[in-house]
Structure formats: structure tokens, C-alpha cells
Design a protein around this ligand. Sequence first.
Ligand SMILES: [Zn+2]
Length: 98
Amino acid sequence: MRNPEIQPKKPDKCPICGENYLEAKANGFDIYGDPADLILELQGTEAKAILIRGWECHSGTKRGVFGTVLSFIRNGKLVEHISPDHTYIIFPGDKVIY
Ligand SMILES: [Zn+2]
């Protein structure tokens, strides 16, 4: 993992399914576990690919990824850009690469 010091914030509520983890947190449970570095290739974004450190959630038909953006590719250039608290909904045709 590059930049191991960058740790995305674990939200109290899952931004994809809306599950509230405050109670679990209060009881000492870490629902999310360790974040993973994921590459997103999304049809609906300006960036060609996005490297995000965070988590994926599947909830029924809804699928998404949330966490901290580390970098992205735009106009063929790699842009390093640390930006926390992003949520992306994954649609058919989008790709998530582990
Ligand atoms: Zn969720």
C-alpha cells in the first residue's frame, strides 16, 4: 500500500446502504475493517481512472465505493490528489479493480 499514513475516515453511516454503525462502534466493533486500494473506471466521471482507498458496499442492487481519493488519471496524466470522503455509485459497465 502506497502512502500507508493516509487512512480514510470510517463513516458512522454507510453512504451506500445507509446502515448506521454508531451502535456497533460504541460496542467496539469495526464493521469496515481495513481499507483497500481500489481503482475505479467509471463511465460518468471526467477522470479515466480513480485510485481510492476505502471500502465497497453491495446492498441489494446498489453498489458503491467510498473513501479517500489518492490520485486519478485525466487527459492521460496521473494527478496525485488526496481528497477524503468521496462516494461513488457503481453502475453497470463501470469497473472496480482490486
Ligand atoms: Zn453499506
